[in-house]
Every structure is written in structure tokens, then in C-alpha cells.
Design a protein. Structure first.
Length: 109
């Protein structure tokens, strides 16, 4: 599993061109919901080593989150070849994250 925190946000066009399975995690470092979700997100992603995981700092003036309609943090957007396949907002267990991961990466699980 590759976790990458992006300093310079990719554009929506760049995200739409990303090949393979990708999880965009929208949130902030100070968000309590984001912090409490980290262990379960990492557990779910651990069984999907080929999935690229991008942590995207979100908030006012951040166009990528707006282009995906993100309203609550954390929001995980699951992409396959640049197309959104699923979304999980404020997960409280690994199950919804795992289900979404299997939709974009059925081989790893």
C-alpha cells in the first residue's frame, strides 16, 4: 500500500487520468473524525497493496474536494482508472472501506 500525502493538489483532470485503483482521502490533520478513522482506514488498505492512497488536505479554496462534492471529513473516494466507483464518508468500521476497496481492487483482498 502506497500512502502519499499530497502537498500540491492534483487537478481534477489529473485525477481523471490516473490509472488503476486509487483512493482519495479528503480531510485535514486537525479533524477529530479524520484522526479516529486512520487506524481502520490503514487496516482496510493493508490487504490491498496495489491501491494508491492519496491523502488530500481539504477545506476552503481547495478545488479538488469541491469537484467531488465533499462536505464531511474524512471522505474516501474510490476510483478505478479515473472513474469514481464508490465513496465512504466518516467510516466507523473497516467493513464499508473494505467493500469499496474490493470494487476497485478485487484481486488483492
Amino acid at each position: 500500500m502506497e500512502i502519499q500525502t499530497v502537498e500540491a493538489q492534483p487537478t481534477r483532470a489529473e485525477v481523471d487520468r490516473m490509472a488503476g485503483p486509487v483512493v482519495l482521502e479528503f480531510g485535514t490533520s486537525w479533524c477529530g473524525y479524520c484522526r479516529s478513522a486512520q487506524p481502520l482506514i490503514h487496516r482496510a488498505l493493508a490487504t490491498h497493496p496495489l491501491v494508491r492512497h492519496l491523502k488530500v488536505e481539504d477545506g476552503p479554496g481547495r478545488p479538488l474536494g469541491r469537484s467531488f462534492g465533499v462536505r464531511l471529513w474524512p471522505t474516501l473516494v474510490f476510483l478505478k482508472d479515473g472513474k469514481e466507483r464508490d465513496r465512504v464518508t466518516r467510516p466507523t468500521s473497516t467493513e464499508p472501506v473494505g467493500q469499496a476497496l474490493r470494487r476497485i481492487d478485487p484481486v488483492s483482498a
